[in-house]
Design a protein around this ligand. Sequence first.
Ligand code: EPZ
Length: 427
Amino acid sequence: MEKYVINGGVKLRGEVVISGAKNAAVAILPATILANGPCIIENIPNISDVSVIIKILSEMGADIRVINKNTLEIDTTHITLPEVPYEKARQMRASSYFLGALLGRFRESKVALPGGCDFGVRPIDQHIKCFKALGAECDLQFGMIQLKAKELNGTHLYFDVVTVGGTINAMLASVLANGQTIIENAAKEPHIVDLANFLNSMGADIMGAGTDVIKIRGVKTLHGTSYSIIPDQIEAGTYMVAAAASQGDVLIKNIIPKHLESITSKLEKIGVTVIEYDDSIRVIGNRPLLKANIKTMPHPGFPTDMQPQISVLLCLCEGTSIVTEGIWDNRFKYVDELRRLGADISVDGRVAIIEGIKKFTSAPVKATDLRAGAALVIAALAAEGETVIEDIYHIERGYEDIVLKLRRLGADIKKIVTPDSVLEQVL
Ligand code: EPZ
């Protein structure tokens, strides 16, 4: 068992360097399947979700050479079976990207229904709608989705909801299709643009990524490339909120300030000082902080993946704040854990009402998903006393070296690993 032990009350100070974006990496790595030659990918975050993708590629027969901790050379030329091993696929949401990438290259794919963080129902009907529109037949049997197409032909597609995963799969499945595909009501997140830039660097013809309408002209082949993944907007936002909650003064480096605008503007509204530079941002936590209302929206709105973290900060603001979750049905599960630390939050469906408190107090808590776990870490850093956080594997799915990075900022955080054999003797 692994847990974090955090002694709160330290004001975070110093510099932190942001890693590559998880949600770009988990799309770009499967996209290497479409390349006719090796790809060198830099700035890959060293996190467990990425390790799962790399293991899947390796088990499928890709040649993977480690150049350094964050750079890999991936050659998928020798993959012959368009099928993803069942157990690994169901561990994460992004395994669905193998459906699009394998379909694009082999005109068929077989992947288990994806897993991932549990925020209620997570359908993939829009992905399937897109594959079918391109000409694939879709079958679901024994927990596996199977796609088969005689040929893939460009199509005009309108997504019923703005979907990040659906937009990514649509790009993966159509870059090698015949003719032009138009995706309307496309997602506009920075990782959508990053995937399009990666595919274009392999010879794809994608225009409009980052707007509502993406146009993809199919090409015959894609070649290998060298590419560096963008910095992680959500990791950066998490450290911004941690700096603010701990009343610290932190320079967050290797970021794209434009990607953080919705977070920056909310922090400023609350009373936090944010100073932007070309590729870094300084956050100074002040008191008192003022209440704010936040609704999560698709990009460029306030990101749902920052909702638990900003809610922790709103707990420390004076007055009553209202947080409305605009993307997921059930993303307030962590509130029960936050209440153990003294939060005063009531939840009604997709709305949370947060009453400001003076400070958090410590207690043993459990991470319920990735960003919920990050939120608990922030609360623990700002709390009085020692907080123990269990189920930290959720956090390590998406934050590279979080303990090391926080320790360098002065935080009193330790990771305790108890070998299973010791636990068995005790239990
Ligand atoms: C991506 O999930 C991210 N995951 C999530 O981040 C993030 O919360 C989410 O986008 C929204 O920004 C990855 O990139 C790996 P969606 P995804 O398809 O693609 C509905 C994190 O913390 N929908 O944009 O699964 C769906 O129910 C993770 O890093 C359909 O109805 O999200 C939701 O309400 C957690 N039908 C909305 O659309 C579909 O076919 C947005 O989902 C697909 C989605």
